[in-house]
Design a protein around this ligand. Sequence first.
Ligand code: C5P
Length: 407
Amino acid sequence: MQPHYRFAGFLGKRVHLGVTGSIAAYKALDLLRSLQEAGCLVSATLTDGAAEFVRPLSFEALGASPVYGSMFEGSPSGSAFGHLEPGQAAHAMVIAPATAATIARLAFGLADDMLSCQALAFPGPKIVAPAMNPRMWEAPATRRNWEMLGELGYIRVRPWSGHVACGDTGEGRLAPVEEIFASVLRALAPQDLAGRKVLVTLGPTREPWDAVRFWSNPSSGLMGACLAMAAHLRGADVTVVAGPTVLTFPEAVRVVPVTTARQMFEVATDLWPSMDVACCTAAVADFRPVPFGETKFKKASGAGQGITVEFTPNPDILRTLGEAKRDGQRLIGFAAETGDLKAEAGRKLQSKRLDIIAANDISKAGSGFASATNEMYVLDAAGRRETWPQLDKTEVAWRLWDHLLLD
Ligand code: C5P
């Protein structure tokens, strides 16, 4: 699980996990672990087919409770109404992997096994993630059933392309566990950013000097990724403008990859008029080298002597967005400082026309670049100022959105 998916604030949420007979059934164990790490209590139902691939004991041993099996085995609680229990207890239900047969049952409301009865009696959000052979997935009957699930309000996580177990290639692989996990968290999260269009800049920029060398910084993009994920989970429509980074996002998050500060500037300023909020977390290179040329600089050309590289300023994206800000738009900036944090934060809030600035002292351990945590000083245009303790960046992101919503 990538670090920007590790939200731990779902304590007390209950998820019912349905597993059906697919070779991908073992991946449901990963999903179970991830949901537990997020704070959720998880119960599970394995169909007879699923139990041929993975044992109910594996789910029990990892802490799923209760774990249901066949309809007439009865409920682990001893009740005769196991088929109704998840609908009374859980906040969301996820079926992953879902076979073609289970999708057909769900589409037609057939209630002929424990899992399909539980799904039919489940009033809350239901997420379904199929896995099957590509020809079974492409079959007209499956296409129709899949469409019907959309009409019935199921949250659908479509299968991905690639090699499948039977040796075929095509669409039918279970979506990555992260993708399914994010859909479940989104179903559980408050949708208090629904309808808002959010832009996040993140990562470093890379400023080329010759054909192989560039000027950059160690930003991982994690703080911005956590903000983008938190906004996505809370219902926002999120666009990320990402400098070079290894981080990936759920399919519903639009990602525009860029390399240089000028590319990031072009994309961000183009998108800004159509956005409600922008968060500039990118560690943009303030200067770029005047390029040596298109070819590779040879060591021999400067043999024995040093070389002098000239730098020229890059545009300030955040400042430009601030100048173009219209009524109702909100702008959040970040400040990585080594000096007088509070004074610098106050100065930037004003000079860049920000609504919120989140500043941290990057010389402190557990704060700033390549760290999983941050210790923030948060200042806003209404004069609120807060110092937050060292927190996971996922938690910092969640709190920053809370802060913005307080307005
Ligand atoms: O002035 P300073 O570079 O410290 O400001 C940091 C804030 O400005 C961050 O939010 C950063 O993403 C943004 N920034 C920007 N474009 C630049 C430089 C910084 O958007 N060229």
